[in-house]
Design a protein around this ligand. Structure first.
Ligand SMILES: NC(=O)c1ccc[n+]([C@@H]2O[C@H](COP(=O)([O-])OP(=O)(O)OC[C@H]3O[C@@H](n4cnc5c(N)ncnc54)[C@H](OP(=O)(O)O)[C@@H]3O)[C@@H](O)[C@H]2O)c1
Length: 236
């Protein structure tokens, strides 16, 4: 039996990139994964092409829409009877000096990166509290720990997610619900507008950290991991 057998796991932003890698790794290790994002075709492709001990179910939803997130959690509870792990991975990044950042891009980052996790937590937490069990893993960024020029909107959204994570940790500890956050540096995905660097983190290396958090021994909470790629010396 694999380590995550029977664990019902929701992964947001699972249509591609890091979320897809997390969904695959969790299902490979026995979890029943509900993969969600807006791109239904990509989710169905992910679910249908998975073969392993666990399973992947596709459920299209937009994390910024309260009724769709409520529908997602309802679907999980009706179909699988419980939720064990919630991974808030969906995210978008628009970089540029604050005075040049389009208002629409600011709003989208706040909606996807910050309101999305708030909504999934809002609908999942009552179930976690009732069961006195559960695990929330948020995907933040190094940009949620240090700022950089051009990151006005993105850093603000990820610093906000760090604050939300911290509050959730305090609120949910008495209910035996674990809360964790991963802060990766650059990952080899199609995130943002620039080509990923060859030395950037591999999605599966970041997914492995989520796996380690989810499989930590009973009574152990892995709160936070900040991980950066090893940048070649000539590029530092
Ligand atoms: N790549 C990096 O260098 C890097 C570094 C540090 C942290 N991160 C963080 O890692 C996470 C994953 O990023 P990634 O690199 O895998 O990016 P990605 O390849 O662009 O994937 C982003 C995912 O978010 C989903 N998404 C976007 N808007 C959504 C919405 N409104 N509702 C539901 N899902 C939505 C996308 O699916 P749909 O378009 O199908 O909805 C997609 O599955 C993000 O939180 C990002 O901030 C990335």
């Amino acid at each position: 039996m694999s380590t995550l057998t029977g664990k019902v796991t929701v992964v947001t932003g699972a249509s591609r990139g890091l979320g897809r890698a997390i969904a695959e790794m969790f299902a490979e290790n026995g979890a029943t994964v509900v993969a969600t994002a807006r791109d239904k075709t990509a989710l169905i492709d992910l679910a249908q092409n998975f073969s392993g001990e666990g399973a992947i179910a596709a459920y299209a939803s937009d994390v910024t829409q309260s009724n769709q997130v409520e529908g997602l959690i309802q679907f999980v509870l009706e179909r699988f009877g419980k939720l064990d792990i919630l991974i808030n991975n969906a995210g978008v990044g628009h970089m540029g000096p604050v005075h040049e950042l389009a208002e629409e891009d600011w709003d989208t980052m706040m909606a996807v990166n910050l309101k999305g996790p708030y909504l999934t937590c809002k609908y999942a937490i009552p179930h976690f509290i009732e069961r006195k069990s559960g695990h929330i893993i948020n995907i933040s960024s190094v940009a949620g720990t240090v700022t950089f020029k051009g990151g006005g909107g993105y850093c603000a959204s990820k610093f906000g997610l760090m604050a939300l994570t911290d509050v959730l940790t305090q609120e949910l500890k008495p209910h035996k619900v674990r809360v964790s956050v991963i802060c990766p540096g650059s990952i080899q995905t199609g995130f943002g507008s620039s080509e990923p660097k060859s030395y950037a983190l591999k999605p599966r290396d970041v997914a492995k950290v989520a796996y380690d958090m989810a499989t930590a021994p009973e009574g152990v909470i892995m709160n936070q991991v900040v991980m950066r790629p090893q940048v070649p010396p000539e590029l530092q």
